[in-house]
Design a protein around this ligand. Structure first.
Ligand code: 5CA
Length: 446
């Protein structure tokens, strides 16, 4: 993409309405524009990051054996009357009446709708296990939408639902989700710690939230500092293996880590004092096992192969896709702007032309642009006739992890400069070498 042809409405002033850094930076970098409280348009740069996050979520869900689909945003109220949640959900649910006076709602989550699809089509244990998921906009009429996309009213969620014959099978699905979530967040450059939590309106006994530690997080968390040393890394896992998935769950829940809802001061006090941590975190996902809470009232039964019909065991599993954009920025920025992890960056590399209109500089930038593109990388070429300082400031603000600077002096020596946004360190390389170097950096992320 050439910046002169792009739509990147960066703001010079710091918006006064934004209280936390991710919200400020998303507005300043021209990623979002508020439409009304807690409802945002995703401008091109923000939309690109959102799509990258979605793509990682899809890849990791499919890797775990889960099946993508798409359910609508509007749901009939009658389904929620069947489960008993139509009244229970309260004022967070946006209720709508259509022209035929039918009660509808903008879905805050999809347990009822997916169970309705399941009961219409699945009648036998032979079709289990089954995990379906979608990535779809949700609406929760939050009393205090704030912090930009962090606590929105309309927000994008990945929500998945498992259907299993037995509790043991459903707990395997729970563990499988835990493993796939660990991989998902690490690919985004995040450490998200599973913490024992409360199930709230979704229900059930077993639930973990995934928290990214950040001072601006809305949740108070208590943990043993040893848990922050755990990494999933690039280990291979067989998602069908109960033992392997269970072992990962045990490893990642072997140290104390809880949100304030389930915090137990007595157990916490037993952790050596120098390892006790009280901090704040951003909840970027949650997994639930709730057994037959929805399958019983909605009548989602299967024949069990032994002459009986039994309600299926279920769980649901959510990732806050749009919230993640803010969470990643909270975890990765400096006073100049955003620093995107390679896994989610909107463009792989920025090209800054220090002397627009100079034949050698323009030619070298065009060559780089073509060479990066041929390697499957997306460059953002700042081809505007701006001062170098302004070009650097924009690049720093929008946070591409790598920048190539092309100037007449370097070109005279046959080199351009490759700079890391994270460390600020630069190295001078010939054109072909810089392309190979950037391609090598991104190889694990392609
Ligand atoms: N049905 C279950 C799992 S699919 C469910 O709805 N879980 S949830 O309520 O925990 O939401 C899943 C994730 O969505 C949360 O972990 C959080 O990251 C994100 N989320 C929830 N509310 C908001 C909101 N108001 N704005 C942005 N993201 C949100």
């Amino acid at each position: 993409m050439r910046l002169s042809r792009y739509f990147l409405p960066v703001l010079k002033e710091t918006p006064s309405e934004a209280q936390i850094v991710s919200h400020r930076l998303m507005l300043r970098a021209g990623m979002i524009k508020q439409a009304s409280a807690g409802i945002y348009s995703w401008l091109p740069l923000g939309y690109k990051v959102l799509k990258r996050i979605e793509q990682i979520v899809h890849e990791e869900q499919i890797r775990a054996g889960h099946i993508p689909m798409l359910m609508p945003t509007l749901q009939p109220a009658d389904l929620w009357r069947e489960s008993g949640r139509y009244d229970a959900y309260g004022p967070e649910m946006l209720r709508i009446r259509d022209r035929h006076d039918r009660d509808m709602l903008y879905g805050p989550t999809n347990e009822e709708m997916i169970t309705d699809i399941f009961r219409a089509h699945v009648t036998s244990y032979k079709d289990l296990p089954l995990t379906l998921y979608h990535i779809q906009w949700k609406f929760r009429d939050e009393i205090r939408p704030r912090f930009g996309v962090m606590r929105g009213r309309e927000f994008l969620m990945k929500d998945g639902y498992n259907f299993d014959l037995t509790k043991e099978d459903a707990l395997h699905a729970y563990n499988r989700h835990l493993v796939s979530y660990l991989r998902t967040y690490e690919r985004m450059g995040l450490q998200a710690i599973p913490m024992r939590a409360d199930s709230g309106p979704i229900g059930g006994d077993d639930t973990h939230e995934f928290l990214v530690l950040a001072e601006t997080g809305e949740s108070e968390v208590f943990y043993d500092s040893e848990i922050t040393e755990l990494r999933f890394g690039d280990r291979e896992i067989d998602y069908d293996s109960r033992e392997q998935c269970q072992a990962v769950l045990e490893e990642f829940t072997s140290r104390y880590a809880r949100t304030d809802e389930t915090h137990d001061a007595a157990i916490f006090a037993d952790i050596p004092e120098d390892r006790q941590r009280v901090a704040r975190g951003i909840e970027v996902g949650q997994i639930f096992y709730f057994g037959t809470k929805y399958s019983v009232p909605l009548g989602a039964l299967v024949d069990d192969g032994q002459g009986g019909r039994v309600p299926v065991h279920m769980g649901s599993h959510g990732i806050g896709v749009s919230r993640l954009v803010g969470a990643i920025i909270e975890a990765s920025h400096d006073d100049k702007g955003i620093i995107w992890p390679e896994g989610v960056t909107p463009f792989h590399v920025g090209i800054v032309n220090l002397k627009q209109g100079d034949a050698a500089c323009d030619g070298a930038c065009e060559d780089l642009y073509k060479a990066f593109t041929a390697k499957g990388l997306e460059p953002l070429y700042d081809d505007r006739s701006e001062r170098a300082g302004a070009k650097f400031a924009s690049m720093d603000l929008i946070g591409l992890p790598w920048r190539v600077t092309v100037g007449p002096r370097g070109l005279g020596n046959g080199v351009v400069e490759l700079t890391s946004r994270r460390t600020g360190e630069s190295e001078e390389l010939p054109l072909e070498a810089v392309v190979a170097r950037v391609a090598e950096i991104y190889a694990p992320h392609m």
